[in-house]
Ligand binder design. Sequence first.
Ligand code: ZN
Ligand code: ZN
Ligand code: ZN
Length: 120
Amino acid sequence: MRLLVLQFLMNKNHALSLTDIENYFDNSDRTTIYRTLKTFLKNGIAHQIDDGTGVTKYALCQDNCNCEIETDLHLHFHCTKCNETVCLTDYKIPKIKVPEGFVSENVNLVVKGVCDKCNA
Ligand SMILES: [Zn+2]
Ligand SMILES: [Zn+2]
Ligand SMILES: [Zn+2]
C-alpha cells in the first residue's frame, strides 16, 4: 500500500488531499491511507500543505529535504481556477523575522492566483 500511494503521489505534479488518494484507490480504506501519509510525514518523504481551502494536501518531498524551516520550506501556489495546489520547490521561503522571545517552528506560505496551465 505504501508503495502504491508513493507512486501515485510521484505521478501527480500537484498536491493531493486524503480524499483524492482515497478516490483513486477505491478498494482501500481511508484509515490505511491516512496512516500511510502520517508515516510519510514522519519519515520526511512527504509534507503537508495548508493551502487555505480547509483541506490538507500532501506532496512528496525532494531528495535531501528535512522540511527544515529556513532551508527546505518552499512556496506553494494555489490556482483559483483549477483548484490545484503545487509545490514551488525552487522558491524557498525566506527567513521570516519574529519578535524576540518567539520561536518559529513552521512557516506556511501560499500564493494564490492562476497557474501556468490555466493561464496558457
Ligand atoms: Zn520535506
Ligand atoms: Zn490552474
Ligand atoms: Zn511543497
